[in-house]
Design a protein around this ligand. Structure first.
Ligand code: AMP
Length: 314
């Protein structure tokens, strides 16, 4: 049976340094983080490419979460490798090195592996690959979401604009929304980006949460307040994975489902950043998930303020 959510993106080895420690060749990649996060909500298939250096524990970690890895190709070239560093301000990574390696020859045959897809997440990867995946599918998925980053906005802007015209949902971080739109104000940026194609735009703002623009409506979600945060790598991908896993499990993209999905994404991202790599998200108990979801609902809930004003001078 085809999983309800198919994620195409990177499965990588990461070197990461934060003020709280460092790891080398840690499991990472946009599709990896999104897949682990989404797997708590729906059936997931990951399509990616890795090299002979990719450790079996990477496959095991995904399989342990029930992820279908039939679409992960093992090439002769080394795995995609990313090195990044964070200062005390953990809001954005400084990329030290991006070795594309086997990604340069990635040519996913989505129709061969999953001929019919309900929800497609084109996680952060070369926009030319993202477009090819959509073009290769015999029928358009119900929901197509896409994520990207500064690397592709700078290096493959035209290809990115081409694929943006074909998607329903774009998730992007605050700085990248400004870079893509050329606008400093986020509302103006959202208007400019929506005109590029995606009806739904989710701007990820790290510890400040997410802003959602859905056909003229705005929804705001804070981030779950965490005291201990070790490694923000994968937060955006885990957010998107949780969000889309929930959307896929509900089967729709109405505003109400979308809002709850954003809350799910925020909660999943909070687990991700609590440990290095995917360790914070690998073995979540239903109890731990439910407790945090309840706590977050409590923290964000209020009854509408009744319109009783104190007017002066009247
Ligand atoms: P984020 O959710 O934005 O923190 O994503 C972190 C993950 O993105 C890391 O595990 C990297 O392996 C992966 N990554 C970094 N640069 C790129 C890139 N240019 N394309 C695709 N994935 C990337």
């Amino acid at each position: 049976m085809t999983p309800s959510l198919i994620i195409v993106g990177t499965v990588a080895l990461d070197d990461v340094k934060t003020p709280f420690g460092q790891v080398k060749n840690a499991l990472g990649g946009s599709a990896f983080f999104a897949g682990i996060s989404a797997s708590y909500w729906t059936n997931v298939g990951v399509m990616a490419i890795v090299g002979p250096d990719y450790p079996s524990r990477g496959f095991e970690t995904m399989k342990d979460r029930g992820i279908d890895v039939a679409g992960i190709e093992v090439s002769k070239e080394p795995s995609f490798h990313w090195s990044g560093e964070y200062g005390f301000d953990l809001s954005s990574a400084k990329t030290l090195k991006t070795d594309l390696n086997c990604l340069l020859s990635f040519n996913p045959d989505i129709a061969g592996v999953y001929p019919s897809v309900h929800t497609l997440f084109l996680a952060n990867i070369d926009p030319e690959i993202q477009k090819k995946v959509i073009d290769d599918l015999p029928a358009r998925p119900e929901i197509i979401a896409l994520d990207t980053m500064n690397f592709w906005i700078e290096n493959k802007r035209e290809a990115l604009l081409d694929v943006l015209g074909l998607v329903d949902i774009l998730t992007i971080n605050e700085g990248e929304a400004r870079m893509l739109s050329g606008e400093s104000n986020l509302i103006s940026a959202a208007r400019t980006i929506s005109a590029m194609g995606p009806q739904i735009l989710i701007i990820k703002r790290g510890e400040y949460g997410a802003m959602v623009f859905n056909r003229g409506k705005i929804f705001l979600s804070p981030a779950y307040p965490l005291e201990s945060l070790k490694d923000p790598t994968g937060a955006g991908d885990s957010f998107a994975g949780g969000f889309l896993g929930y959307m896929a499990s509900e089967g729709g993209k109405d505003d109400d489902t979308l809002r709850r999905g954003i809350i799910v994404g925020s909660v999943m991202a909070s687990f991700c950043v609590s440990e290095f790599s995917s360790a914070g998200m690998e073995n979540l108990s239903p109890l731990a998930l439910e407790a945090r979801l309840c706590e977050f609902s409590e923290q964000t809930n209020y009854r509408p303020v009744s319109p009783v004003f104190r007017m002066l001078g009247g």
